[in-house]
Design a binder for this molecule. Sequence first.
Ligand code: CDP
Length: 211
Amino acid sequence: MKKLIITIDGPAASGKEKIAKYIAKKWKLNHLDSGILYRRLALIFSIEKIDIENVNKIKNKLKNIHQISFRNSKNIRTQVISRLASKIAVHDCVRNYVNKLQYNFVNKNKKIQGFVIDGRDIGSVVFKNADLKLYIDVNPEIRAKRRYKQLIDSGEKSIYPKILKDIKLRDKQDKLRKHSPLVIPKGAHMVDNSGSFTDTIKQIKVLLDKI
Ligand code: CDP
């Protein structure tokens, strides 16, 4: 049986995760957050003090990582790890490693009827033939306000102008990198997530009903 694949791409803090979780629950699909995988690698590199500018050191380390957790946790949501994840994501070897994990995850779960996968290059590179592609759009100021609230609620110290600066920097890094930059994937539907969550879900329901 062909598995349904829905991809969600968009910039930092655009709300991809919340939207993906909602779709997964409502339509009984499995959710895969590819950002977690970049964040997990960033955490490993940071703990082991791997020089992330040195591609050979990264490659050697990747050869020795045989398992990686797909679970979210507070220690991969810090600003330091967000920044580091975006930095390591420019390397082709890191992207290939993460993409393989994603293909294995989808292929091994034979009984699952479909997946919602979110990230930066999911509809443009990883699952180009997805059944539905969404691109989430929100301006940087709204994204920064939401991320600021998220960090404060989780107990992390945070300053709004710094968050805004970080988000703009990550946008730049994600959009300008050579390998798999953040783009609006071919055939993707634009979803405006600047308003209420109910408004966003209304836009998505129309698209899902057409699959
Ligand atoms: O939650 P947020 O949108 O802030 O970030 P994330 O989705 O957890 O991703 C963290 C970082 O990983 C991003 O800034 C990207 O640089 C990178 N990433 C990527 O390059 N490709 C993906 N498919 C997912 C994440």
